[in-house]
Design a binder for this molecule. Sequence first.
Ligand SMILES: NC(=O)c1ccc[n+]([C@@H]2O[C@H](COP(=O)([O-])OP(=O)(O)OC[C@H]3O[C@@H](n4cnc5c(N)ncnc54)[C@H](OP(=O)(O)O)[C@@H]3O)[C@@H](O)[C@H]2O)c1
Length: 304
Amino acid sequence: MKTVIVTGANSGLGLYTSKHLLLQDYAVVLACRNLKKAAKAQKWLHKKTGKKRTKIAHLDLASFNHIRKFCLNTPLNNVYGVVCNAGISYAHPTRFTQDGIEETFGVNHLGHFLLVNLLLGKAQNLQRIAVVSSDAHNPDIQGYHPPPYYERALELAYPDDSRVINWEKEGALRYANSKLCNVLFVYHLAEELKKTHRQHILVNAFNPGFIPGTGLGKNSSPVSKFLWFNVLPLFSRFSKAIRTANESGKALASLISEANASGKYYDGFKEKPSSKQSYDKKQAQKLWWRSEELAHLKINEKIE
Ligand SMILES: NC(=O)c1ccc[n+]([C@@H]2O[C@H](COP(=O)([O-])OP(=O)(O)OC[C@H]3O[C@@H](n4cnc5c(N)ncnc54)[C@H](OP(=O)(O)O)[C@@H]3O)[C@@H](O)[C@H]2O)c1
């Protein structure tokens, strides 16, 4: 049975992506950090789909040790796909992963970087990788987030708080940077897979669009939180700019079941260009090398 690992499957986009994967007869590993929430999600999925092919696996992407344990303890023989969906956004104060790395960069990019690299070595039947990014990475698309900006990955891992003037903006910048890293990661990985004759493994980036009401807004200011959870979701029926976790989850699941290209950026079901900066191969290479160092990848775990 083809199995797909979905990170952050207990809520929002991950939950609905799991639903659509189950409806397409995949088995799904709900890879979650909160086991209580995961059990609730599992119940909901069984009820909604009538399919019981889910397994809960404990995964905290804010710990390299935990990611390694997950890969040791999870049966990987049937793993056909992985959906790197989990993500966070917050403003203040700076939070760190168990390894002392700023949490937005650590979870959204570095945790998934390590997970995918380990899976590529251990999951012999892995063929599809989907990484959830966001249009927040693209300065040409007007939105709430400032344009991503950084010069070295180390600045993202160990940011200098003393230069921060506005914490709301800083949180949004860290999020946009992490989402740029997601796209740089995907494009570089697609190239490496081709170079190493593993082009049957397709890897793509995904923008789910604006989906208010998900857990992503839980760390915002009280006013933004109220709008995010109570007001904005009401507009999804009337505004094309607002999507639901269900429709974006369907599109994300299709990157596992229907993908026939690699190294692309999808907005819902449609392929589209990502930001100019995301095509910078030098920056992608530098990010890759630094991520290998930060995540302590061993020589025999490197794919290059
Ligand atoms: N909502 C939007 O408008 C939007 C737009 C563009 C992109 N996205 C992206 O879509 C993805 C899903 O977000 P969402 O909107 O569905 O938000 P969500 O409901 O908060 O889902 C995020 C998931 O990530 C999990 N997670 C957070 N930190 C983790 C960690 N250290 N280890 C493992 N799992 C962790 C959360 O677990 P807990 O429940 O335990 O916190 C949750 O299950 C994210 O990558 C986000 O950047 C969302």
